[in-house]
Design a protein around this ligand. Structure first.
Ligand SMILES: Cc1cc2nc3c(=O)[nH]c(=O)nc-3n(C[C@H](O)[C@H](O)[C@H](O)COP(=O)(O)OP(=O)(O)OC[C@H]3O[C@@H](n4cnc5c(N)ncnc54)[C@H](O)[C@@H]3O)c2cc1C
Length: 377
């Protein structure tokens, strides 16, 4: 059967795009090598943070605001809880770029951001230690997204609006001309007018096969849950946080439904090939030691490690996303390279992709995420 659009990779970005396209009446086929949500890509681990005062650059603020309103819309339409308004605390040296950029974004877009000195911080959140030279920026409107639940919700709605999802369906090639795209698996060839490639860490190798070499680097990342006192670290009292230290940028989540305090490190990671069997958490002594050192220094009253996991980031050289039309094939759109901070935007990325497929343009400003910036480098 001929489709209007085929989405290769129905994870964070692809499933959201599938929802918007099916809702717009497009005959939509989603193909995924696994059965999303799953544990082999970049979207597992239960939670993702959503910050509005964006330290990675103020150009992200309108995008994240759009995404936030779409998360509320998803909650209304699915009847599921997707977003927990825990607030987000950003901590670091006042003069450091992370805090400076957070403040700049808030100022430019008049976002509510409360500045807290170490004493205020200790009074408000006694579970976190902040040295004298650091400060905290608290955003009460931000919080935590239930990442796997949101993919499940988009999946149910996409199917409700008529999309077809084929799981365990690994794409190994694409053949294109301006009128038609053919998407190949070992057993089948599917055809459509347009294609969205949103295959996460595997996007680079699929694009490579049609002659587009992108500087994408998949990384092995680790994160873990620590036993924690619910009265201090439960999500009714403790926020999600990003904490810039001299050793690196760490992040954490309050204990949700008694799971414990979740902690990870944003910078660093080991380059891997996504087809490799990833070494499980604990394979390397640093997996636990690094997180434990951070927890020991900066988080008070936290107990032993409960368990840890691994996941993948897909980095671009400038940590900015790629959301664009292929330079030669006008009916191929690419959404990749989300560089470890893309989930919060996935609702808006899905909407932007859907608009691109439907009309060739999008009202969402995605100019910072173009493919041609790599040609200039
Ligand atoms: C530990 C960790 C913490 C993070 N924390 C945050 C955070 O707090 N906030 C935030 O905003 N972001 C965060 N991120 C980043 C965010 O989760 C990712 O940017 C986002 O999930 C990437 O989405 P994606 O659609 O590109 O990839 P995925 O969600 O992995 O989807 C790709 C899909 O493509 C499928 N696929 C791959 N190859 C093929 C093929 N050949 N054929 C068919 N299907 C294929 C895969 O099975 C997968 O389902 C974090 C990431 C990690 C790993």
């Amino acid at each position: 059967m001929h489709n209007d659009v085929i989405i290769i990779g129905a994870g964070s970005m692809g499933m959201a795009a599938g929802y918007f396209l099916a809702k717009s009446g497009k005959r939509t086929l989603l193909l995924d090598a696994e059965n999303p949500p799953h544990q082999r890509g970049s979207h597992h681990g239960e939670t993702r943070m959503i910050r509005h005062a964006y330290a990675e650059g103020e150009q992200y603020v309108p995008f994240v605001r759009r995404a936030q309103s779409l998360w509320y819309e998803l909650e209304r339409e699915s009847g599921k809880e997707i977003f927990l308004k825990t607030g987000v605390l950003s901590v670091g040296k006042e003069t450091g770029s992370f805090i400076q950029e957070t403040m700049k974004s808030a100022e430019h877009y008049e976002l509510p951001l409360q500045m807290l000195n170490p004493r205020d911080l200790h009074n408000r959140f006694p579970g976190i230690y902040v040295p004298n030279e650091s400060i905290g920026c608290f955003e009460s409107e931000s919080g935590v997204l239930k990442c796997e639940d949101s993919i499940t919700a988009y999946k149910a709605l996409a199917e409700h609006y008529g999309a077809t999802l084929l799981t365990g369906c690994k794409v190994n090639g694409i053949t294109l001309n301006d009128q038609e795209a053919q998407v190949h698996t070992v057993d089948e060839t599917y055809t459509a007018h347009s294609v969205i490639l949103s295959a996460g860490a595997w996007s680079g190798s699929l694009l490579d096969r049609i002659g587009l070499k992108l500087p994408l680097t998949p990384l092995r990342k680790t994160f873990a849950w620590f036993h924690a006192d619910e009265r201090i670290y439960g999500n009714d009292t403790f926020p999600a946080f990003a904490y810039e230290t001299p050793n690196g940028l760490y992040y954490g989540f309050p204990s949700i439904e008694g799971a414990g305090l979740k902690v990870g490190r944003h910078d660093g990671g080991i380059p891997i090939h996504p087809d490799e069997q990833m070494a499980p958490f604990g394979t390397f002594a640093e997996d636990e030691a690094d997180l434990r050192t951070f927890v020991h220094r900066h988080i008070l009253n936290v107990g032993n490690l409960a368990y840890g996991k691994t996941c993948m980031y897909t980095m671009t050289p400038d940590d900015r996303f790629i959301i664009d039309r292929h330079p030669h094939y006008k009916n191929l759109y690419v959404a990749a390279g989300f560089s470890g901070h893309g989930f919060k935007f996935s609702s808006a990325v899905g909407q932007a992709l859907s608009q691109l497929v439907c009309s060739g343009e999008t009202e969402i400003d995605i100019s910072a995420f173009s493919l041609n910036r790599f040609e200039r480098e």
